[in-house]
Design a protein around this ligand. Structure first.
Ligand code: ADP
Length: 295
């Protein structure tokens, strides 16, 4: 089972080129699509979810032509958007029952069993009678997953899921996703590097509509070993540091600044550090910008 995206492009009527020739093959399991705001993640997710058209390209899901056979794809797809919109004054149980009916499950007993098992799986059974409008951010996200799981989808798309969740809720949500991701394709779109490093077997980094990197997190980290350099500087040294070295990230620490540079050799009294996924991400984005600038 895989999702194959070939030469996908999209330009909005205002001229913004949101996707530039995107090629990606997404295998079973959790896949992280990582990129800053405005990178094109939602455009890509909505296109895969058959909610908007592309200008060019193809998407295949196990032999299905996603851009053409929309109705068939929708049966096999669960989508959890960034914003669910209004949460009505109706219980989670009643709402799921309603969604299940819309999905074509007409038998009442079958629906009751299904709704019960989804509520249990997402750890919402004890609050099933509570109105959705009174749910916390984490409960809403888990409800979103419950509705996305209706109809046994082959593919689940989750757009920016952990924004606004507290650490415990985020953890619970991650555990739920990784359980689901064992059997189907789950695409997690996010700008939070930790979400990807905690969860995803494979990933891509997207920026300004282009895929910059694609692979397994551990391998991508290995590829930049020996190239990430760290230095602790004073705040007033930052500007000259940024002017002189290829600084990929800065972080405040005890009133000082820890800078990371990407370089084939020691830039100048820096210390080599073991890279992590954040270094992969920031160096990919920074180096892409440098290439654009030098052209
Ligand atoms: P992300 O999800 O990574 O933040 P988006 O796919 O939402 O990125 O946006 C990619 C680019 O396309 C941005 O520059 C955004 O402003 C632009 N964009 C998104 N949706 C529209 C739209 N409906 N009309 C015009 N421009 C859009």
């Amino acid at each position: 089972m895989e999702l194959k995206i070939t030469d996908l492009s999209k330009t909005y009527p205002n001229g913004v080129q949101a996707l530039k020739n995107v090629n990606l093959t997404i295998p079973k399991g959790m896949f992280g699509l990582l990129g800053p705001n405005g990178a094109g993640k939602s455009t890509l997710m909505r296109t895969i979810a058959t909610l908007q058209e592309a200008d060019n390209g193809e998407i295949q899901l196990d032999g299905l032509n996603v851009l053409k056979e929309k109705a068939e794809v929708r049966k096999q797809l669960g989508y959890l958007p960034q914003e669910f919109g209004v949460y009505p004054k109706i219980s989670a149980e009643a709402m799921l029952d309603h969604f299940a009916e819309l999905k074509g499950i007409t038998n009442k007993n079958e629906r009751r069993e299904l709704v019960k098992s989804l509520l249990e799986q997402t750890n919402l059974y004890h609050v099933r009678k509570k109105n959705l409008s009174g749910y916390s951010g984490g409960m809403k996200q888990r409800f979103g997953i419950a509705q996305a799981l209706l109809g046994n989808p082959k593919l689940i798309i989750v757009d920016e899921p952990t924004a606004g969740l507290d650490p415990a809720e985020r953890n619970r949500f991650h555990n739920l996703l990784s359980e689901i991701g064992e059997n189907i394709i789950v695409i997690l779109s996010t700008h939070i590097v930790d979400d990807v490093s905690d969860l995803c077997k494979s990933m891509a980094i997207i920026n300004e509509g282009e895929v910059l990197l694609y692979g397994q997190p551990l391998e991508l980290i290995k590829n930049i070993e020996g190239k990430i350099w760290e230095k602790v500087i004073d705040k007033d040294e930052l500007k000259s540091c940024q002017d002189n070295y290829n600084i990929i990230s800065t972080r405040l620490y005890l009133g000082k600044i820890i800078v990371h540079a990407y370089s084939e050799s020691n830039p100048d009294s820096f210390e080599m550090v073991k890279p992590n996924l954040e270094d992969v991400y920031f160096s990919a984005i920074k180096n892409a910008k440098t290439v654009v600038k030098s052209n």
